[in-house]
Structure formats: C-alpha cells, structure tokens
Design a protein around this ligand. Structure first.
Ligand SMILES: *[C@@H]1O[C@H](CO)[C@@H](O)[C@H](O)[C@H]1NC(C)=O
Ligand SMILES: *[C@@H]1O[C@H](CO)[C@@H](O)[C@H](O)[C@H]1NC(C)=O
Ligand SMILES: *[C@@H]1O[C@H](CO)[C@@H](O)[C@H](O)[C@H]1NC(C)=O
Ligand SMILES: *[C@@H]1O[C@H](CO)[C@@H](O)[C@H](O)[C@H]1NC(C)=O
Ligand SMILES: *[C@@H]1O[C@H](CO)[C@@H](O)[C@H](O)[C@H]1NC(C)=O
Ligand SMILES: *[C@@H]1O[C@H](CO)[C@@H](O)[C@H](O)[C@H]1NC(C)=O
Ligand SMILES: CC(=O)N[C@H]1CO[C@H](CO)[C@@H](O)[C@@H]1O
Length: 482
C-alpha cells in the first residue's frame, strides 16, 4: 500500500518510507537502520511513562510503558512553546531533524515526541493476536496524546517549581499522524493552540479509487500508458508462466498472484508519493520509445528502488502479516489492523482507465483482512467519519498541507475554510509531507531540505504561511491564558 505515509528515504533508494501500507512497514525498517546515522535525529534518548491501556473502560486500570523523547536545546525557558511531534504508524526512534527543527529554533520551542501505542517499543503486549490488538485505534492514541500532554506539562512545572502554568502547545504530524494532529485539535482544543496536518488523511475512504487516478495524473500520459501496459503484460505472463515473471522481480516467494500485483502497484505509487517520479518514468518512457521490454524495465526499477531492503518483500506476504510475535518488523501487521478496522483507504482499481490490476478490488482487501486477522473484520469508515467529520471536520486553527503529486491528498482536506487554511505545494516532485521533509524525502537530508524540490519556491511559500499562522495562533493562545 503504498500508500501511506511517511516516507523518507535515502536519496538513492526510492522509497523506503512509505507510511502507509507496505509503505508503512518499510518505513519503520529503514528508520531503524538509519537510527545510527549521525544527524538524522535531534535526539534518540528514550524516556518512558506509564500509559493506560484502555482509556474507555472504567474497570480496566492496566498500564503499559510508552516511549517518548524531548529536545530542549532551543527552548526559551520556561515560557516558550511546546511542539508535540506526533509519531504515527511506525517505530519512533527519536525526534527527526526535519523542518520542525527550524520551526523550534525560530519559536524558541521545546520539541517532544511520543511513540504511537503498539508500534516500536510501546506495545502493551508481547504477542499481537487479534484479541490483543483490540486497544489499537486512533481514538485510544488521541487519548494517549492528551494524557501525555498533561503529564509533560505537569513535569515541567515541577521542574521549574511552579504550578498552574500552561505553556502554549502546538501539535504536528504527517500522513496518519497528520490526521491525528488535526483530530487532536478537534477533540482536545483546550490542550493545543493549533495544529499542522501535513498530508493529513482525515477522510476515511472505503473504495479509494482517487488514489490510482492521482497516480495517473502525477505520471502524465506517457508514463501512465506504460504503467497500464505493464499491468496488462504482467497479468498475461502470470497466466503463461507465473514463476518466471515473479522471479524477474525477485518476488518468487510471494505465493499469491494478487499480492504480487499489489506489490507492483505500490512500487509505482512510491515514486510519486515520495518525490522521485523521474526514477520511474524516465526509464519506462525510454523503453517504450525504443521498443524495449517494458516489464524488464519495470523489474529493474522495482528491484533497484523498491524491494531493496531485507524484509520489504515479506510485507506483501499474508503468512508474514499473520505472524503474531512482536518484533521490529511488526509495523505492517499493526497498520493493516488499523486499516482493516478503522480507516480502510483501500486502494482499489477504478472501474475505468485503471493503472493497477482490476483484481485489486474491495474483495481483495477484505479477504486480506480476514486472512491476516482470522475474523471478519470490517473497517466501518462510515462510523470513523461520523466520529471525526472527515473533510467536514468542525474544528479551528488547523493548517492542512498537501503535495500536488501525492496520491494521498484526496483523503486530506483540500479546501480552505474559515480558521482552517489548506495549502497545496505544487511541483513536479512534491509529495507526501514535503513541507516537513523536503523532496525527495531523504532521512539523511537535514532540516527537511527543499533544495531538491523542482520548485523550492513552492515549498518555501507554504512554509512561510505555516509560520504566519503559528505566530498568530500561538500569540492568541498566550493572550487567553494571561
Ligand atoms: C540534489 O540535487 C543535486 C544537484 O542536482 C544532486 O547532486 C543531489 O544528489 C541531489 N540530492 C538528492 C538528495 O537527491
Ligand atoms: C510503571 O509502573 C510500574 C508498576 O507500578 C513500575 O514498576 C514502573 O517503574 C513504572 N514505569 C514508569 C516509567 O513510571
Ligand atoms: C519552590 O518555591 C517555593 C516558594 O517560592 C520555595 O519555598 C521552595 O524552596 C522552592 N523549591 C525549590 C526546590 O526550589
Ligand atoms: C466498493 O466498491 C464495490 C465494488 O464496486 C461495491 O460493491 C461496494 O458497494 C463499494 N463499497 C462502498 C462502501 O462504497
Ligand atoms: C514470526 O516472527 C518471529 C520474529 O520475527 C520469528 O522468529 C518466527 O520464526 C516467525 N514465525 C513464523 C511462523 O514465521
Ligand atoms: C474511460 O477512460 C478513458 C481514458 O481516460 C476516457 O476516454 C473514457 O471517456 C472513460 N470512460 C468512461 C465511461 O468514463
Ligand atoms: C488549497 C488548495 O489549493 N487546494 C486545492 C487542492 O487540490 C484540489 C484538487 O485539485 C483543488 O480543488 C483545491 O483547490
């Protein structure tokens, strides 16, 4: 699933970071490999606190230890703002040195970050059976953030020997954590002065056909045509000689043809999601023009830029997703659980003019949910959108940003409304979270470098707007407290 979110990748690697689906899993794997890369994190020093497992039960008082980080080098002691960088659906190994560092310096802010429940080292259980996953939801995660926010404010007050003081808070997130950032401001408006929802996927969508369509728009007619032809050729070769075509992609381990087709769809998505469209499209369009084998050309791309880290291929394998042992590779199972219960974002083929195989329909996704979790799980997106409002979210002081090439933008709020500005970052390689992470997303590029965006101006313009709104809302917050 390429889909989702996060993503940062080594510049040479296309994409290891997807935050959503397959993507998600890859992200956590890459992040853990990069953990030791100097300069990637502002801090990776762990702190812990006891969090309630079930915020909605009056009788269950069990707790688990949740991991967090703090970075105080830029903090204007003791009254500066506190920026809560929300970690989403992957291991959270520290506070990333992206554009948030620039903002913290500018505003004299403390940066803190809480790992999302279940991911990384913040799992309440060592065995991730479906039964044990029942406390994994965005609703519980938001409550975690609220409780943690109070805990942290209290601990600062103790540290500075004062009471009843509130620093001005601001929350940030990208992709799923971007949605959490918006929802936090919605559900707990008294706990934050405002929110940045970068590529925040606030609308849950069951049949997310816009996703594939946006890939086509971002690719342009020639590259889109090549991708569609590749899908047809691969489907034909699967009938003729399944093993041969899977081996071409180094994916003979994938038993099911539909899972293989899903992998191929994700591999293309990643190029647009994370700002590397030319790595994909230039060779494909060349191959088409010179009459070379398109499937060969695509296989080279997929092997070089997508299935290039250990464990990546396995995230498309249901046997692996069904593994209940907690490990550093559990991220994709966990994200699928959230997909299968709450948010869906099923990246189904549109009925007309699709790039991905028409076998990737709603049934495909529901079967996957059943195979992996063993029950008839069903994502009730209707209820999720009733709970949060979808794109009709009734909140204030949230900035929504979207990258023009990002297929996820159609699950975000793209239209401005009073007190909730929406900004689009338009350029050839502006993708998921480009305001915070620059382009293409590279974990080794510090401070969310925008220099390699095809239009750094587009990124600077949106960053400037972000700063103006933050300035305004933080000052209004301060006034109210005074
Ligand atoms: C950024 O662009 C420069 C000049 O085109 C190039 O040398 C460099 O490798 C690029 N960096 C990334 C991360 O793509
Ligand atoms: C959490 O609670 C347990 C049991 O009371 C205690 O042993 C542990 O030290 C606590 N952890 C933290 C980080 O406070
Ligand atoms: C905290 O403030 C109170 C009142 O000003 C003072 O009596 C006390 O000594 C202070 N404690 C510390 C640890 O600084
Ligand atoms: C999703 O699409 C399938 C196939 O077109 C259709 O049967 C189903 O009703 C759709 N579901 C929703 C919730 O729109
Ligand atoms: C499940 O994952 C664990 C940890 O990665 C591994 O040791 C174990 O062999 C896996 N089990 C199966 C059945 O693949
Ligand atoms: C299907 O897509 C093609 C190519 O974009 C377009 O020309 C055609 O009008 C579409 N047909 C329908 C029924 O939407
Ligand atoms: C703020 C903004 O520019 N939003 C745009 C995002 O993209 C959609 C779809 O292209 C436009 O309709 C919005 O105007």
């Amino acid at each position: 699933m390429a889909g989702f979110s996060v993503a940062c990748v080594l510049s040479l690697l296309l994409s290891l970071f997807v935050t959503f689906h397959g993507s998600i899993a890859s992200e956590s794997r890459v992040l853990s490999q990069l953990n030791k890369a100097k300069g990637y994190y502002l801090t990776d020093e762990e702190h812990w606190f006891n969090q309630t497992i079930d915020h909605f039960s009056p009788t269950d008082h069990r707790v688990f230890e949740q991991r967090y980080y703090e970075y105080l080098d830029y903090f204007r002691v003791p009254d500066g703002p506190i920026f809560l960088m929300i970690c989403g659906e992957s291991t959270c190994n520290g506070i990333v040195n992206d554009y948030s560092a620039v903002l913290a310096k500018k505003f004299g802010a403390a940066l803190i970050s809480l790992e999302h429940r279940y991911y990384g080292k913040s799992s309440p259980f060592n065995v991730l059976t479906t039964e044990n996953l029942r406390f994994l939801s965005s609703k519980q995660a938001l409550f975690d953030l609220a409780v943690f926010r109070q805990y942290y404010q209290d601990s600062l007050n103790v540290k500075w020997n004062r009471s009843n003081i509130e620093n001005p808070w601001f929350v940030f997130g990208v992709s799923y954590s971007g949605a959490l950032s918006a929802w936090f401001r919605l559900k707990f408006p008294h706990l934050t002065c405002g929110s940045l929802a970068s590529s925040g996927v606030v609308l849950s969508i069951f049949n997310f056909t816009e996703f594939d369509k946006q890939v086509g728009v971002s690719a342009g007619p020639d590259c889109k045509g090549a991708l569609q032809e590749i899908t047809r050729l691969v489907e034909q070769r699967l009938l003729d000689n399944e093993i041969a075509v899977k081996s071409l992609f180094g994916a003979e381990k994938l038993e099911r043809n539909d899972d293989f087709l899903y992998l191929l769809a994700d591999a293309a998505v990643t190029a647009f999601q994370y700002g590397n469209p030319d790595q994909l499209c230039v060779p494909l369009v060349d191959a088409k023009k010179s009459g070379k084998d398109l499937v060969d050309a695509y296989a080279s791309y997929v092997k070089k830029y997508y299935i290039n880290t250990p464990g990546q291929l396995e995230t498309y394998d249901r046997r692996y997703l069904g593994n209940t042992t907690l490990s550093s590779d559990s991220g994709s199972r966990l994200w699928w659980y959230q997909v299968c219960t709450e948010v869906a974002y099923f990246q189904v083929a549109p009925s007309n003019d699709s790039i991905r195989s028409s076998k990737l329909d709603a049934r495909y996704h529901l079967d996957l949910c059943r195979d992996v979790f063993g029950e008839d799980l069903y994502p009730d997106v209707y209820l999720t959108n009733i709970y949060y409002g979808g794109t009709r979210i009734a909140a204030s002081k949230i900035i929504f940003t979207n990258g023009s090439q990002d297929p996820w933008r159609h699950a975000s709020k793209q239209i401005s409304s009073p007190d909730m500005p929406s900004c689009i970052i338009s350029c050839h390689n502006c993708g998921h979270g480009s305001d915070m992470r620059g382009c293409p997303q590279s974990p080794l590029n510090l401070e969310g470098d925008a220099q390699n965006c095809t239009s750094p101006e587009a990124v600077h313009k949106v960053r400037h707007q972000i700063i103006e709104y933050m300035d305004l809302w933080l000052s209004q917050c301060h006034d109210t407290d005074a």
